[in-house]
Design a binder for this molecule. Structure first.
Ligand code: ATP
Length: 236
């Protein structure tokens, strides 16, 4: 077993006093995992991720990244985290490389050579000087992942990164995630509403529905068709 890199403890979040978006979600992600967070639209995935990243405050519960509390030690907790939460915003009239340069300048402490490295990792080196306006959605997502990799994260959090992509883009992003896990040794937390996606790329899964965690464990034990103990239906 690897060290626990992300611990989510009994998170609750209600919006407008009545929308119970997240109701007692608990799970652990270990170093080296590709951890799938599976659930249909409106299940509470994005709300959970926003609480993990400290973007919104839970009503109760705790999040620890690398044993740092996101509430009390936010800077230390997020130091080695990369995230792609919403469709990333880029300057379309600038090149991919220039977009990353601007982001790096804001973030500080990121070298030009790291920019070229992350472009290489996501397979965009040859298109790095092209304007982002000419990029497909899949390429933009990969550029978003490149941006999330700039600070050399140990944990990468991706909220439905294949949403809205054409089949080619979907496969490219899935292949990239597998490479990041195998070659770059980055722990990945990925949300999705697509069962086959989780089966294809993840070793562990937590299934959420209507704000509640239904089950979590190894994909091979929970989702393997031979011994499947939980059935979930959804678009492929
Ligand atoms: P999707 O894939 O559709 O984004 P999700 O699993 O990520 O689904 P959430 O976005 O976390 O689900 O939403 C969970 C519930 O909380 C939904 O009913 C949603 O409408 C509601 N919700 C989320 N954010 C807010 C908000 N800021 N104000 C009010 N309700 C919200």
């Amino acid at each position: 077993m690897g060290d626990v890199i992300l611990r989510v403890e009994n998170l609750y979040k209600t919006f407008q006093k009545k929308i119970k978006a997240v109701q007692g979600v608990t799970f652990e992600v270990e170093e080296g995992d590709v951890f799938g967070f599976l659930g249909p639209n409106g299940a509470g995935k994005t709300t959970t991720i926003r609480m993990i990243l400290g973007l919104i405050r839970p009503d109760s519960g705790e999040v620890y990244i690398d044993n740092y509390s996101i509430r009390k030690e936010r800077f230390a907790a997020l130091k080695k985290v990369g995230a792609l939460v919403e469709g990333p915003a880029f300057y379309g009239y600038l090149s991919a490389r220039d977009n990353l340069k601007i982001f790096a300048e804001y973030s500080g402490d990121i070298s030009i050579s790291r920019i070229d490295e992350v472009l290489e990792i996501v397979g965009l080196t040859k298109r790095a000087k092209d304007k982002v306006n000419g990029y497909s959605l899949g390429m933009r997502q990969r550029l978003g992942i490149a941006q999330a990799l700039l600070n050399n994260p140990r944990l990468l959090i991706l909220d439905e990164p294949t949403n809205g992509l054409d089949p080619y883009g979907v496969q490219e992003v899935r292949n990239l995630i597998k490479r990041l896990s195998c070659d770059e040794k980055i722990t990945i937390f990925i949300s999705s509403h697509i069962l086959s996606e989780i089966e294809q790329i993840c070793n562990k899964v937590a299934i959420i529905n209507q704000g509640k965690l239904i089950v979590s464990g190894k994909v091979s034990e929970l989702l393997n068709p031979e011994q499947r103990i939980y059935e979930i239906t959804g678009p492929d």
